[in-house]
Design a protein around this ligand. Sequence first.
Ligand code: GDP
Ligand code: MG
Length: 439
Amino acid sequence: LTTGLENAWNKLKGEEVLTKENIVEPMRDIRRALLEADVSLPVVRRFVQAVSEQAVGVGVIRGVKPDQQLVKIVSDELVKLMGGEVSELTFAKSPPTVILLAGLQGVGKTTVSAKLALYLKKQGKSCMLIAGDVYRPAAIDQLVILGKQVDVPVYTAGTDVKPAEIARQGLQEAKKKNVDVVIMDTAGRLQIDKTMMDELKDVKRTLNPTEVLLVVDAMTGQEAAALVTTFNLEIGITGAILTKLDGDSRGGAALSVKEVSGKPIKLVGRGERMEDLEPFYPDRMAGRILGMGDVLSFVEKAQEVMKQEDAEDLQQKIMSAKFDFNDFLKQTRAVAQMGSMSRVLGMIPGMGKVTPAQIREAEKSLQIMEAMIEVMTPEEREKPELLAESPARRKRIAKESGKTEQQVSQLVAQLFQMRVRMKNLMGVMQGGSVPALSN
Ligand code: GDP
Ligand code: MG
């Protein structure tokens, strides 16, 4: 997708404004790129139309080049297409909240069941799993093993009981145990078939679930559109979970789900580990799809997030190399709020493209940094030199934040590196010439 889109932007180099004429070629590239990314045709059509209409109407924004404007419009439109905001799970007013998982075979339902239980457990909710895949004994064992792994009870009734009956018994058990959330795993098929749908309908009737989540393999591509439509019409879903986003899927599935079903993607699976489940952030996904160092939106968002005075103050500090840990914290939090580490990392010269693994790594290290900065004294925050000079101080911070001394030293080193980096960056922004959007 990225290469196709880069072509699109490149065709606008040297243009002054976006016009009906000069967007024809770029829009064709965008269309092709989306189709190659496995987005379904009707979705592509509507998308291209929406972007074209806006592009011609935008007029000139001082200091912003037409290719950057188009990137912004495409990015905004992608985010909108995917539902705009993060869609949270719904919880029942009186527990238990019942979550029914559905989907084809091998998409990751059983894995997601356990991941979701762990995810909710971390939010302080007690969970119970119900093993509803009666077609393969191994599927029940699999859920039992995963349940042990995340330390969540699993209700099983063997393979001779009908799924709806298992659902009834499981729910009863859950009520007895007063659990907050019950998650039911179900059997999938290679293809959609009537037996599966009928079974799911029965189960749904029995459980009266708060959420019916369709588990979709990100690799499904444009097939996802038809899949989601059918499941939604047949059993009625409340949202989707996109799995295997750690693979090299091209994003098509993510783009189609909301558009064709009106139901949001709520969570994404990014790996085989139990911890690899997280909320679906449309803006991050758009960033991933665009896959480029998006300087423009960084600048914009940075200004939104940090108040204008703050930004100016920060700029002053950076220019005079006084960037301290307070700024560092403000900055990293602002970045976290932007929800888009990829863009920020991507815009740092030499970083190039960022993989999801790197993004996760970066987010994790942000948390570690915060913990260390939080235990610093006001003086230490303002004068990072104090820490650079005193091993005793670093030792204390390590102890209080529960990190290692090495991590503290790294943080200090990073701050000084950051000073240099920020200084370079500000120079670029102030000079009015934003670096090319491609790498
Ligand atoms: P089910 O048939 O829908 O229950 O699918 P399973 O939960 O048994 O998963 C099928 C396979 O996909 C297993 O090997 C899982 O480890 C793997 N899997 C599930 N979710 C993910 C994911 O997010 N990323 C990766 N890489 N593998 C996954
Ligand atoms: Mg399964």
